[in-house]
Design a protein around this ligand. Structure first.
Ligand SMILES: [Zn+2]
Ligand SMILES: [Zn+2]
Length: 279
């Protein structure tokens, strides 16, 4: 599979010259199955989804958009996804079941309708289907997906384990393991859902909004430190980690400084907008 990191920033976009190297678009990852010429599965619809349109070239999107949760930085790109908002698109949007009886379209329309936004989700052009998913295994657009609920803050949040039968990719963009306790090293609990999603994975894309030194003051924000992601990968026998969901005010210079201190085993890198990973 091919993985394109279309948006790697956390919480809110970060435009400007201090954020060019790692990128300012919010969460979006596009997955292309072997043999397919364009992305079929998109994880989250942050502002980075505009870059997924570029990956499609002149083609319309035909596939699935899987949302980890419904915070602004994971949905606000949806109406600006040009590859989906055209007459010949075929898009399935899957939303974590909210456990309150509300359907996917109903809950998305709360965030995306007047007076907050002029266009409702079902007014986008093309064929759009909105549905909820629950934790468990399912198949979408050429991939097997395992969804597990993971702790975050304010709304039900899933992490995903995506496989094409050959390679495995783990996606946990927003994750607050300290909400389950400090764990053995103070970075948060290495709980079963996180371990299951990460076990033996080729690449883990994981929340690294915070540094360990910031956890004490900011753990209540609902995020992890990068150190947790590295130790999770070690415990789960994962091959590599992409630290993701960078804090919006963390400059290129500060991120490069962090990158210089990363361990070599497992292989760890800071996620960069525009990077492509081939598995
Ligand atoms: Zn987020
Ligand atoms: Zn979030």
């Amino acid at each position: 599979m091919r993985i394109d990191l279309c948006g790697v920033r956390g919480s809110t976009p970060a435009p400007g010259s201090s954020y060019e190297r790692y990128g300012g678009h919010t969460s979006c990852v596009a997955l292309t199955p072997d043999g397919a010429g364009a992305p079929r599965l998109i994880l989250d619809a942050g502002t980075g989804i505009r870059a997924a349109t570029e990956l499609l070239g002149a083609r319309a999107f035909a596939g699935t958009i899987l949302l980890s949760h419904l915070h602004w930085d994971h949905i606000q790109g949806l109406p600006f996804f040009g590859g989906g908002d055209r007459e010949d698109s075929e898009v399935s949007v899957l939303v974590p079941d909210q456990q309150n009886g509300q359907g996917a379209l109903e809950v998305l329309t709360r965030a995306m309708s007047p007076p907050f936004f002029p266009v409702a989700p079902d007014a986008l052009r093309g064929s759009w289907r909105f549905a909820t998913i629950d934790a468990g295994s399912s198949s979408h657009s050429g991939f097997e997906v395992l969804a597990r609920e993971i702790p975050h803050k304010g709304g039900r949040t899933f992490g995903f384990r995506v496989s094409d039968g050959r390679a495995t990719f783990t996606y946990m963009p927003d994750h607050c393991p300290t909400s389950l306790g400090p764990g053995p090293d103070g970075y948060g609990e290495y709980h079963e859902a996180a371990l299951e999603l990460a076990r033996g994975s080729d690449v883990i894309v994981h929340d690294a909004q915070l540094l360990a030194s910031e956890l004490g003051a900011e753990a209540a924000m609902g995020h992890s430190c990068g150190e947790y992601a590295v130790e999770l990968a070690r415990r789960a026998g994962a091959r590599s980690v992409q630290l993701f969901h960078h804090r919006p005010n963390r400059t290129d210079e500060e991120l490069a400084e962090i990158e210089r201190t990363l361990p070599a085993d497992p292989a760890v890198a800071l996620a960069r907008q525009g990077a492509t990973l081939l598995l």
